[in-house]
Design a protein around this ligand. Structure first.
Ligand SMILES: NC(=O)c1ccc[n+]([C@@H]2O[C@H](COP(=O)([O-])OP(=O)(O)OC[C@H]3O[C@@H](n4cnc5c(N)ncnc54)[C@H](O)[C@@H]3O)[C@@H](O)[C@H]2O)c1
Length: 326
């Protein structure tokens, strides 16, 4: 690996957006979500679990989605222990397998449930090049391809719900300021299948550049269509979760880690900005933007590049056409 995380971040902690210690409970204390239904991917752990807990506490009907339903059931029990009136469902979803993504969307629609909020959050950090069954680097497959397919397959449901309820639909992609560490040009499509080009941090960074670009492109498209649905992305900060620990504690130099450790958020703090982007009335009508600590900020130049964004969309569309034949 060329540059270690510590080399990249030492003396540049702002790049991490380490930010405030406001919790998801605090930021959402005035939200009333009793008329909302939300899907949270990666709902079995870390930030997804915390987003789900908070939305359910504010009255939303929450659908937890991840690979292991037994783990999701445990999360559901925890949520109900805190909020006995919480409405929570668990549905299996493997983001690296588009057939699983389609099955999730079809089963969701069969349940005839509305959908107001889609939180595209599930994720992973792979130290070594790890191809999926389709041969694609696993972080790109999970963060970008899986979430693009999920969003497109649920888009009619989001639009229909918004039209019928009059409530603005929200799509929230969990981005990361680590997107600023990426391959030259923001995204190297060849590196998605070539292990010789692999650098774990650049590969993670380009997958998050992909997420921010998806929110931008989809958000802009929804605005052009004039529908009552928006898409944005949010940076949670550097957060102590299984993924975060893998990313930080093992990846950084001792100096970098020691400097950053006091600023690392817990999941309640990390989820705050994600819950804000997904549900705050303050940002009604905002679409295609990137948020950190409850403020819109500019992502990298690559993540503001519509031409690159269109390439990501085209890549995802081609992949879906190849992997999801009817
Ligand atoms: N922790 C951080 O410091 C940090 C910082 C910025 C962004 N993020 C992003 O936050 C998101 C959540 O990560 P986290 O820190 O809560 O990590 P986590 O390890 O606690 O949770 C990851 C979740 O994603 C799910 N997941 C992984 N692969 C999946 C797949 N193929 N299909 C379905 N679900 C899958 C896991 O089951 C788990 O529920 C990720 O997108 C991550 O990139 C995290």
């Amino acid at each position: 690996m060329g540059q270690s995380l510590g080399t990249l971040f030492d003396g540049n902690l702002n790049a991490l957006g380490l930010g405030t210690s406001v919790t998801a409970d605090e930021i959402s204390k005035n939200f009333n979500l009793k008329d909302y239904t939300a899907v949270v991917t990666g709902g079995s752990s870390g930030l997804g679990r915390e987003c789900a807990r908070t939305l359910a506490k504010r009255g939303a009907h929450v659908v937890l989605a991840a690979r292991r339903v037994d783990v999701l059931q445990d999360v559901k029990s925890l949520i109900i222990a805190e909020t006995p009136t919480a409405r929570v469902e668990c549905m299996p979803l493997n983001l690296t397998n588009l057939k699983s993504v389609r099955q999730f969307a079809e089963e969701y629609k069969q349940k005839k449930m509305p959908l107001n909020i889609l939180i595209n959050n599930g994720g992973t950090f792979a130290k070594e090049f790890t191809p999926t069954d389709d041969g694609i680097e696993v972080m790109w497959a999970t963060h970008v391809l899986g979430h693009y397919a999920l969003t497109m397959l649920l888009m009619d449901k989001l639009k229909e719900t918004a039209a019928q309820s009059g409530i603005e639909g929200r799509i929230m992609f969990t981005g990361s300021d680590a997107h600023r560490i990426s391959y030259e040009g923001g995204i190297n499509f060849e590196a998605l299948t070539n292990p010789n080009l692999y650098n774990a941090y650049q590969a993670y960074g380009q997958s998050k550049t992909g997420d921010i670009l998806l929110a931008r492109m989809i958000g802009q498209q929804l605005k052009r269509e004039g529908v009552n649905v928006v898409a944005n992305s949010g940076h949670p900060g550097a957060v102590k979760t299984p993924l975060g620990q893998n990313f930080f504690e093992k990846g950084t130099t001792q100096v970098g880690y020691n400097v950053s450790k006091p600023f690392i958020k817990n999941a309640e703090q990390g989820a705050a900005n994600l819950v804000y982007v997904a549900a705050s009335p303050e940002i009604k009508g905002v679409s295609g933007k990137y948020f950190s600590d409850f403020k819109e900020i500019k992502p990298s130049l690559s993540a503001q590049n519509d031409e690159l964004g269109q390439k990501v969309i085209d890549y995802c569309e081609d992949f879906m056409a190849a992997k999801l034949p009817r």
